[in-house]
Design a protein around this ligand. Structure first.
Ligand code: MN
Length: 130
């Protein structure tokens, strides 16, 4: 079980991701735009952030750069969710600081698989670093 922040402006996608994560026993907080998402990350220190790339005002890439620049938050794994599954998207997401990437429409099994994989890696990282 983990505490997960989902930053997503599309209500249907937010509902789907929240449903999937809570079904797997995780606690979910959400924000529908970047400034609120960054504030929530700073306040709550979630175990994982799932972030839509196409957001109003501050896009997901800028959110990723902002979180990874903050020493208190840099270790939190970030999963990018993007509507445009185009060649180069994945590279752009990784360059911005995302640790994983999934394209919309969200495939439930792949989404949950990505989340669990990032959480596992994070735990291993902590053990290795202690
Ligand atoms: Mn969006």
């Amino acid at each position: 079980m983990a505490r997960i922040l989902v930053i997503e402006d599309n209500a249907a996608n937010l509902e789907l991701m929240t449903y999937l994560l809570t079904t797997f026993g995780h606690t979910v907080a959400n924000a529908t735009e970047g400034a609120a998402g960054i504030a929530s990350a700073r306040r709550e220190r979630p175990d994982l952030v799932v972030c839509d790339v196409q957001l109003p005002h501050i896009d997901g890439y800028d959110i990723a750069r902002c979180l990874k620049r903050d020493p208190d938050l840099a270790r939190i794994p970030l999963l990018a969710v993007t509507a445009f599954a185009m060649v180069g998207d994945r590279d752009q997401a990784m360059a911005a600081g995302f640790d994983g990437y999934i394209a919309k429409p969200i495939d439930p099994e792949r989404f949950v698989g990505q989340v669990e994989s990032l959480l596992r890696n994070r735990q291993h990282g902590q053990v290795a670093g202690s």
